[in-house]
Design a protein around this ligand. Structure first.
Ligand code: CTP
Ligand code: ZN
Length: 154
């Protein structure tokens, strides 16, 4: 046991190795908010080989945050802890449609026209890889672009 159990809060487990800090960034947690946070990186996992874990005391996720975590950490499990017990365990799931979360990368897409207030919408492309297609112009957004947009990295 690398870090202690938490009393109340959220444990984001089975995060792909190397993505824990991206999860924190996505949640807007910089350390200045005062939450007690534990990050475990590159620990052994039976399912994944290596994984990261993020524990945040007294912080719970809204559904939009859970959706975004699904996009950058598709294997993650969200555990809600109350009084030291796991009271809820949920496998994140990449949403079938995304509204207003990603931007289309096609500069001529209607969603990019400053005068047309069209909110970007994407549909998930079936398959192993995480890919989304713009419903307006058909452009496909790949995983690296999703990461770049959600976390400002890469
Ligand atoms: N955890 C914690 N504090 C608690 C309870 C659990 O930090 N009071 C953490 C555990 O360390 C683990 C995660 O929350 O990383 C899920 O806990 P649990 O369901 O007990 O572990 P597993 O059965 O190993 O989970 P899974 O089946 O999802 O791998
Ligand atoms: Zn588009």
């Amino acid at each position: 046991m690398l870090v202690r159990k938490i009393r109340n809060g959220t444990v984001i487990d089975h995060v792909p190795a190397g993505r824990a800090l991206l999860v924190l960034r996505l949640l807007g947690i910089t350390g200045k908010e005062g939450y007690t946070v534990a990050v475990v990186m590159n620990v052994e996992s039976r399912k994944l080989g290596r994984k990261d874990i993020v524990k945040i005391e007294n912080r719970y996720l809204d559904p939009g945050e859970a959706d975004k975590i699904a996009l950058i950490a598709p294997t993650a499990t969200i555990n809600i802890i109350r009084d030291y017990k796991v009271v809820e365990k949920r496998q994140v799931e990449a949403p079938e449609t995304l509204t207003g979360i990603l931007e289309c990368i096609n500069p001529t897409c209607i969603t990019r026209k400053p005068r047309e207030p069209v909110i970007p919408r994407f549909r998930r492309v079936p398959g192993e890889r995480l890919r989304y297609q713009c419903v307006y112009c058909g452009t496909i957004i790949e995983e690296e672009e999703i990461l770049r947009q959600l976390t400002g990295t890469q």
